[in-house]
Design a protein around this ligand. Structure first.
Ligand code: C5P
Length: 398
């Protein structure tokens, strides 16, 4: 797929460095060139010989001598690739990147590059949680660095938590997305995206809500806009900054979301990524409800309109050509999602297992379900899921 593209892979020090070897294999198999740099720490865990054998290229280390410098200077090495990838990115490397230090080959290249940078951090959970690392992470993100992982799980040091290097497949998927040509294959198409939770009032100060962060929906809106689509984002209350290049219409309740979505039509496609409350309180109180000591209280709930089903059922001529829903399931994901696709009448369902901490997180493992079957995508960042989905939408609307 990406034949002709190449990455500069900086391998930092850490037990997870062996996964960089698997990543090199995935990249080479996909036709992506890999030129690797080993930090002094990285060279303690994997040898230049194994990295060189897999990449098929000379491996650069701090021992990089003057002959190399004459053949290929630091600046050229830092700019010859299409993307710079740091995997594993240690706490130390992240700190040096954030501070702009350049005291070895890897950090010099990172400071000298004019290419996009993608990092896959790996470190002890306490190091990851430390305010210094989190501040460095925020700095790097703000500068446009793409961050993949870390995953949560058992660590080589015996502790449990976030800090494991993301799986090579996930890093590969993020690289694939980063290397994808900037397309305008959705130019002239209008797409409506619903996102975030809804808030259903109980009284003027209380409401029923859910844990949706809106990250996946906003990522989809951004990815569609990046390909040239005219995007209307109908968003429930979220803590995110509205994405650039997208027209955002803020709503609170499911009924408002339905009205705003229908008002945004006609469109070529609608993507319903919102976590809409299935029920609202029947006759929300006009004034704040008072506590009645000792007595319980019941709320009567009535069903909300289903936006996805309503849009899917629009008559021909009004129905968007492509209607995509999301399905958050905690068990039998594919079977329930298939049933949901048929019941709601949409074309595709993006199904995910939310028992694995997807809500609020930055990663998602989804299955794309259409009339023909189901396709599992590897666990990847929500941005990468969005880009891949945008690519499929572009192909379907072409
Ligand atoms: O039935 P469930 O809520 O799991 O269906 C999820 C899909 O349906 C999502 O795409 C969601 O945005 C959409 N939905 C909707 N309106 C509702 C409930 C769900 O558009 N009232």
């Amino acid at each position: 797929m990406n034949t002709g593209k190449s990455v500069l892979l900086i391998i930092g020090g850490g037990v997870a460095a062996y996964k960089a070897l698997l990543l090199i294999r995935l990249l080479k198999t996909a036709g992506v060139g890999v030129r690797a740099v080993l930090t002094a720490g990285g060279a303690q865990f994997v040898t230049p010989l194994s990295v060189g054998a897999l990449s098929g290229e000379k491996v650069f280390t701090d021992l990089f001598d003057l002959t190399d410098e004459a053949e290929m200077g630091h600046i050229q090495l830092s700019r010859a690739a299409d993307l710079v990838v740091v995997a594993p990115a240690t706490a130390d490397l992240m700190a040096k990147m954030a501070a702009g230090l350049a005291d070895d080959l890897a950090t010099t290249l990172l400071l000298a590059t004019d290419k996009d940078v993608l990092i896959a951090p790996a470190m002890n959970v306490r190091m990851w949680d430390h305010a210094a690392t989190q501040a460095n992470l925020a700095t790097l993100r703000a500068r446009g660095v793409t961050v993949v992982g870390p995953d949560e799980g058992d660590m080589a040091c015996g502790e449990y938590g976030p800090g494991r290097l993301a799986e090579p497949e996930a890093i590969f998927a993020a690289i694939e997305a980063a290397l994808a040509p900037r397309l305008s294959d959705l130019a002239g198409k209008r797409i409506v995206v619903t996102s975030g939770p809804t808030h259903e009032p109980i009284d003027p100060v209380r409401y029923i809500a859910n844990r949706s962060s809106g990250k996946q929906g906003q990522a989809v809106a951004s990815a569609l806009a990046a390909r040239g689509a005219e995007v209307v984002l109908v968003s429930g209350p979220v803590r995110l900054v509205a994405p650039a290049g997208v027209e955002t219409r803020k709503i609170e309740t499911a009924r408002e979301m339905l009205d705003a979505t229908l008002a945004a039509l006609p469109a070529d496609a609608v993507v319903c990524a919102a976590a809409v409350a299935d029920y609202r309180v029947d006759g929300a109180a006009e004034h704040k409800l008072k506590k009645a000591d000792g007595a319980g209280r019941s709320l009567t709930l009535v069903e909300n309109p289903d936006i996805l089903a309503t849009v899917s059922a629009l008559p021909e001529g009004q129905r968007p050509r492509l209607v995509v829903g999301f399905a958050a399931e905690t068990q039998e994901v594919i079977a329930y999602a298939q049933a949901k696709r048929t019941r709601k009448g949409c074309d595709w369902i993006v199904a995910n297992d939310v028992s694995q901490g997807v809500f609020g997180g930055d990663e998602n493992a989804v299955t794309l379900i259409d009339a023909k079957g189901a396709e599992d995508w590897p666990r990847m960042g929500k941005d990468a899921v969005a880009e891949k989905l945008a690519g499929r939408i572009a192909a379907a609307l072409a």
